[in-house]
Design a protein around this ligand. Structure first.
Ligand code: ASP
Length: 414
């Protein structure tokens, strides 16, 4: 990744400060700047569907293309789903214990019937995942149906005549790359978007200190969940299933994780992750080159946890009680959103609207969390990459490999 003179997170920090100052000192002039936030949010929403569609179709079609969807493939995918779910449940636990959104008392400007959380019985929600008309699903931003369709379509691309499937795989890979470029282009404008959004949010607040305090608690809840997952859950899996010392593995991974932290992109970190896991940890090329690229696409534990906490936080902030069934749907959607998220900075922010619209929560809640998304992105990306590397170790051990990391002499040099 090219080094920027004035990195995005500093630009965002500056925008944040300026936005707060504008909102405090010039609240009556806020409409002169709030349009920037509105355009930014529109642009984010614009890219959601094509980004998810191309990300999932190309991800699934590429797995099939490597003839790997045998035992190794199923084992890896199963393990990835398991760790993402564990991360989500951790997030659910922390957000329900600390309830960071309770007390915000926000009123949505969207009409109430739009935000009333769907009270469909569980079976209806499951049935609705199968769309009757996929174009209507696009039109109504029915994310679960879109993801369902994309998973099936991606899979069946791998079953057709070789020349046809190559054509479609190339087409969707190319479209996905173009969509990632477009996303990164929009993300460049984040400082302007944040400036506009924050100025507006602040100008509407009577008690700013309280808002800041509550956002602080929200950040702590996300971080507590991420730390628990990274330092308790994953090491336990490495120790019990992989029978490898997780501390030794962590020490080898530190510089890769710091790269993930500072680039906020598991995609950009992938080559370094591969190098460390193969050459230092000692996982074979066969396992590393299958599990890690797949992990960078579909295994995002940090993002999954984050999506769930955001959804619950926004529901709490708008005083909307989610029933157990709705929380279950939130878990499921957070899992799908993390699978669909691209490994680039702030992809998780784009995916929040997926989970909000699925649960019928007000999209404007995004304005609340956008200010601190970039900081949390650094932590969740490091967790995403850490989880991929733990997976490579565990799968390699389950496939009967002996790793360099188990050799005491190698470790003493670290
Ligand atoms: N930045 C994250 C990643 O690349 C994705 C996200 O925004 O959650 O892994």
């Amino acid at each position: 990744m090219k080094k920027q003179k004035f990195p995005l997170y500093l630009q965002i920090l500056l925008a944040l400060i300026l936005g707060v100052l504008f909102g405090i000192f010039l609240p009556e002039k806020v409409e002169y700047v709030s349009w920037m936030g509105e355009i930014f949010m529109r642009a984010l929403k614009m890219i959601i569907i094509p980004l998810i569609l191309t990300s999932i179709i190309s991800g699934v079609a590429n797995i099939g293309g490597t003839d790997n969807l045998g035992r190794l493939g199923l084992r890896t995918i199963g393990y990835y789903m398991l760790t993402s779910l564990l991360a989500i449940v951790t997030g659910l636990f922390f957000v329900n214990i600390f309830k960071p959104g309770v007390g915000f008392d926000l009123k949505s400007t969207e009409p109430i019937q739009d935000i009333a959380v769907s009270d469909n019985p569980f079976m209806d929600t499951l049935m609705n995942i199968v769309p009757t008309n996929i174009f209507q699903a696009f039109n109504e931003s029915n994310m679960l149906s879109i993801i369902f369709f994309a998973l099936l379509f991606g899979f069946f691309i791998t079953t057709i005549r070789k020349d046809y499937s190559k054509l479609l795989v190339d087409f969707f890979n190319a479209s996905f790359e173009a969509m990632m470029k477009l996303t990164q282009f929009i993300i460049k404008f984040t400082p302007f978007g944040i400036f506009g959004i924050i100025a507006k949010v602040v100008s509407e607040q009577d008690n700013l200190g309280e808002l800041a305090g509550r956002l602080g608690i929200y950040m702590l809840v996300v971080l507590a969940g991420l730390f628990f997952h990274a330092f308790i859950t994953l090491p336990t899996l490495v120790r019990t299933i992989g029978r490898v010392n997780p501390i030794k593995h962590f020490r080898l991974m530190v510089s890769t994780l710091l790269t993930a932290f500072s680039t906020s992109s598991s995609g950009a970190t992938l080559s370094l992750t591969m190098d460390t896991v193969k050459n230092k940890v000692g996982v074979s090329n066969k396992i590393a080159s299958f599990t890690l690229p797949l992990g960078a696409t579909i295994n995002m534990d940090g993002t999954a946890l984050y999506e769930l906490v955001v959804a619950m936080f926004i529901a709490q902030a708008y005083g909307i009680e989610l029933t157990i069934t709705q929380q279950f749907i939130a878990v499921f959607t957070a899992l799908l959103a993390s699978i669909g998220a691209a490994g680039i900075p702030m992809a998780g922010l784009v995916m929040i609207s997926v989970i909000l619209s699925t649960l019928g929560l007000p999209l404007e809640g995004l304005g609340l969390v956008i200010a601190v998304d970039r900081i949390l992105d650094m932590f969740r990306t490091a967790v995403n990459v850490w989880s991929d590397s733990c997976a490579a170790v565990i799968i390699a051990k389950k496939e009967g490999e002996t790793l360099l990391i188990e050799n005491e002499k190698t470790l003493n040099k670290v």
